[in-house]
Design a protein around this ligand. Structure first.
Ligand code: ITT
Ligand code: NA
Length: 218
């Protein structure tokens, strides 16, 4: 059984649209200090797999504000808890020239204790540029850990969406959705399936689901 490792039920609700029968594992893995999401998710997936002993998918996401050089990035959850999303939006509006452009990014890290050498490597141009855009370094090393250390192999899948920060609108979704506008609507003004179709998480989940199905069949 595949476990979606998160304390955030909003993430799991969105994942169910791509992964039949996926179950939430409410496990707070150690979030290592890093400037990019990839290493945080990869380390978390190894820890969660060792804890669960079953296939796990870890989801690390973040808001990267262009004018703040990508802040809050890996600190997005901390900033939500401390400042709150409305303060983030007001800070961006007061400090930056409008519009306040930003990206939401998601990295999914999969670990099931097996080697991935026998499966086709899903790394493609789009993944590489998404990884580069997410500031993920050593991405190939992270995708399939080297045999030299005892680290468990982890596969990473990336998704991102661009938008701009606006005063809060809408009551769907979770987190920063009310202040993140894409194509004229905030993510909180979209239905779940509409958000999934364009969102950072939806894009990463679509890539993962395709790979995971092929892996299960093959
Ligand atoms: P887990 O670490 O337990 O999965 P979390 O909510 O702390 O739960 P992250 O560490 O990945 O998740 O932090 C992500 C931050 O970004 C957090 O503040 C979320 O509310 C926010 N976030 C993630 N995905 C989002 C989305 O689709 N829409 C709006 N905000 C989102
Ligand atoms: Na977290």
């Amino acid at each position: 059984m595949l476990r979606y490792v998160t304390t955030n039920s909003g993430k799991v609700r969105e994942a169910r649209a791509y992964l039949d029968g996926v179950e939430q594992l409410d496990y707070d893995y150690t979030e290592v200090q890093a400037s990019a999401l990839g290493p945080i998710a990869a380390t978390g997936a190894r820890e969660a797999y060792r804890h669960a002993g079953e296939p796990v998918l870890v989801d690390d996401s973040g808001l990267f504000i262009d004018g703040f050089e990508g802040f809050p990035g890996p600190y997005t959850a901390y900033v939500e808890d401390t400042l709150g999303i409305e303060t983030v939006q007001r800070l961006a509006a007061s400090e930056l020239d409008a519009p306040q452009r930003a990206a939401f990014r998601c990295v999914l890290a999969y670990c099931d204790g097996d080697e991935f050498a026998a499966t086709p490597d899903p790394v493609d141009r789009e993944d590489r540029s998404a990884a580069a855009a997410a500031g993920v370094e050593g991405v190939d090393e992270d995708r399939v850990a080297s045999a030299a250390d005892d680290a468990l192999p982890v596969k990473l899948f990336y998704g991102s969406v661009r938008g701009r920060l606006v005063e809060p609108r809408g009551d769907g979704g979770f987190g920063y959705d009310p202040i993140f506008e894409h194509d004229g609507r905030t993510l909180a003004e979209m239905r779940s399936n509409e958000k999934n179709a364009i969102s950072h998480r939806g894009r990463a989940l679509a890539k993962f689901a395709e790979w995971f199905e092929a892996r299960s069949v093959g």
